[in-house]
Design a protein around this ligand. Structure first.
Ligand SMILES: Cc1cc2nc3c(=O)[nH]c(=O)nc-3n(C[C@H](O)[C@H](O)[C@H](O)COP(=O)(O)O)c2cc1C
Length: 334
């Protein structure tokens, strides 16, 4: 089975190709890891997942989606994140953290909410302040500082949240970015923020670890970005990226034609156009679908299925019998 084959890139080897994608759990207070997070992520690692990506973790307090998001804006967050990393490593999984800023989709009580343009997502969201050039530089610095903390916590990778209509995606999309300066307008200008961000982070992020981005490849609006636009935005920074995690939607409220494997075609397009390693995700829930996705993509993420069934890998793929599992737990605590 393709799913059970190890996967190596740089010096990091995943024991299989099943990924837990980032999923906000809204269980943190002041951004800190607590016992919920340790249990939640360790359980999926114990269940056999090869690669865990921790939920959107905010680089500033104002950049949280809610007041209960995880955070990485302070050195005080490092110890809890390190404990989380160590617990997940114990069970043989690798672990990355998704670095996020919610932009105009922030609903936290921390203010101000900022975005490329003074345009709200819909009437249930506050109208954000349009970012000044100073805000742009400060936000890039916040991501860079967060990357340094993620390294100190021992993460194997970082994933920039460039999908689902949050800040990075808001710069990329013509539907949310109406700027008339060098950060808006043409595709090159809309890509400037993410390019500067990756350039800046790559000066501090260790070469041997994975630098990843999650993107919304399709915005389901004729005037929005499509996979070929996202390819062109990422092209200038592709050599600095190790992996691209391909999702879709979330920039504006549009109907998404959902069906199993619906985003795999976007991942395939990006993989071929940029010749990069890609993770596919989205309504993949059975071993057969995992195998199908792996025909065109390198790694496969299962979100809600792993929430429902943390033992998906062990149960469905029966990688280890119960005695072997028990021995591996004993080894983990030696
Ligand atoms: C409860 C929940 C929280 C989520 N939070 C995040 C997040 O923090 N970052 C992100 O990029 N995607 C997030 N997502 C999207 C998932 O990572 C995934 O792409 C989506 O659920 C589709 O995959 P699935 O059909 O396997 O669940 C979330 C999804 C769910 C269900």
């Amino acid at each position: 089975m393709e799913a059970l084959k190890p996967f190596t890139h740089k010096n990091i080897t995943l024991k299989n190709r099943i990924v837990m994608p980032p999923m906000c759990m809204y269980q943190a207070k002041d951004g800190f890891v607590n016992l919920f997070h340790i249990s939640h992520y360790s359980t999926r690692a114990m269940g056999g997942v090869g690669f865990v990506i921790v939920e959107a973790t905010a680089v500033t307090p104002q950049g949280r989606i809610t007041d209960n998001d995880l955070g990485i804006w302070s050195d005080d967050h490092i110890a809890g994140l390190k404990q989380l990393v160590d617990e997940v490593h114990r069970y043989g999984a690798k672990i990355a953290v998704q670095l996020g800023h919610a932009g105009r989709k922030a609903q936290t009580t921390a203010l101000p909410h900022i975005a490329p343009s003074e345009l709200n997502f819909d009437d249930t969201y506050q109208t954000p302040d349009a970012m000044t050039l100073k805000d742009i530089q400060a936000t890039i610095s916040a991501f860079k500082a967060a990357a340094l903390r993620a390294d100190q916590a021992g993460f194997d990778g970082i994933e920039l949240h460039g999908a689902h209509g949050y800040l990075i995606n808001e710069f990329m999309s013509p539907l949310s970015n109406l700027r008339e300066d060098e950060y808006g307008g043409t595709l090159e200008n809309r890509g400037r923020f993410v390019c500067e961000l990756i350039d800046s982070i790559s000066t501090v992020w260790p070469q041997e670890k994975w630098l990843m981005i999650r993107v919304s490849a399709e915005e389901y609006d004729p005037l929005g970005n499509h996979p070929e636009d996202v390819v062109e935005i990422l092209r200038p920074i592709k050599n600095k990226l190790d992996l691209i995690h391909v999702s879709s939607g979330g920039v504006v409220n549009r109907r998404i034609p959902l069906k199993p494997l619906y985003q795999v075609e976007y991942a395939k397009t990006i993989r071929h156009a940029l010749n990069k390693i890609v993770i596919s995700v989205g309504l993949i829930t059975t071993p057969e679908e995992v195998e199908e996705a792996l025909q065109d993509t390198d790694l496969v993420a299962l979100g809600r299925e792993l929430l429902r069934n943390p033992n998906f890998v062990n149960r469905i793929f029966a990688t280890q019998d119960a005695d072997q599992l028990f021995s591996s737990y004993k080894r983990a605590f030696k």
